[in-house]
Design a binder for this molecule. Structure first.
Ligand code: HEM
Length: 260
């Protein structure tokens, strides 16, 4: 019997697709670990202004004196930026390949069944969710890292508690975060499932378990992230300290941004 052979052009396209999917899965998992860590970190807000700002300061002080002050955070940012490039780049590549493949067959939809529509729906949600998240990340960095956008006024480098407090006095800022987090939640829900499938970690009997875990992680993230902005908007968190009191309290806690 003769063995069926796959033309080399098709084989290399297949290899690239598998590679791109793996890259997307791995970068997505790194991002997921980051957002889980970030959501947990944000809950320090409820411990008060000094505790929260100390946490932001501590992230910059990690591995000092092996690294300069802030060095660890810069490495962390570089890894995240690389993962973002890999994730968006591979998503774009796979989307482009898909469009090209469907472009040859204008009647593809007529041949489809319910499963085809379900997977197209999930893909579209992922795509639009991804675009919303990308725009959100740009907004978010301009608001809380570079302080170029200061809705609510009175933002200062190093006073993360105060910046969040004034930002989330505004309902529309809260809404921006709520919309982005709905997108994140749906993205993670499908993404966890899809990544584990790509990496071959899902087999028959574990399917319901993985579905449940993906659901809990996604909705858990939504609640963990949204509890702080919601508490601020509802006036449940104390106002930030005035500059003089803050200077004394921060110095007592070992927070010293002077010259850094
Ligand atoms: C309610 C939701 C969120 C709040 C209140 C929040 C708050 C903050 C704050 C205050 C900072 C600055 C921290 C500092 O100065 O050390 C920050 C940084 C950051 N956040 Fe969020 N965040 C939220 C959700 C997210 C989500 C969903 C993502 C990603 C999808 C994200 C990605 C980032 C990134 C990439 C940084 C920059 C870290 C840096 O380089 O300084 N955040 N966030």
């Amino acid at each position: 019997m003769t063995k069926a052979t796959v033309p080399s052009k098709k084989r290399s396209a297949l290899t690239t697709t598998v590679f791109m999917k793996r890259m997307m899965a791995i970068s997505g998992i790194v991002f997921l670990l980051f957002v889980l860590f970030h959501a947990y970190g944000n809950t320090h807000y409820f411990e008060g202004e000094i505790a929260y700002d100390h946490y932001a300061y501590f992230l910059r002080e990690l591995l000092v004196p092996i690294l300069p002050f802030g060095g660890f955070l810069w490495i962390f940012r570089a890894v995240l930026a690389l993962c973002l490039l890999a994730h968006v780049g591979s998503a774009f590549h796979l989307w482009h390949r898909n469009v090209k493949a469907r472009g040859n067959d204008p009647y593809a939809v007529k041949k489809s069944n319910a499963e085809y529509f379900a997977s197209r729906y999930a893909m579209r949600t992922m795509r639009w969710g991804g675009v919303i998240l990308l725009l959100f990340i740009i907004w978010h960095i301009l608001q809380f890292t570079t302080l170029h956008l200061t809705p609510g006024g009175r933002y200062e480098h190093g006073r993360a508690y105060m910046n969040m407090y004034y930002g989330f006095q505004l309902w529309w800022v809260w809404l921006i975060y709520a919309v982005a987090l709905v997108a994140l939640c749906l993205h993670v829900w499908h993404g966890v499932w899809s990544a584990l499938q790509t990496l071959g970690a899902i087999r028959g009997s574990v399917i319901p378990f993985v579905r449940l875990i993906a659901f809990i992680v996604a909705f858990g993230l939504f609640f963990a992230f949204m509890c702080v902005p919601t508490a601020i908007l509802l006036g449940l968190t104390p106002e930030p300290m005035d500059a003089a009191t803050y200077a004394v309290e921060a110095a007592n806690a070992g927070i010293n941004w002077m010259g850094k």
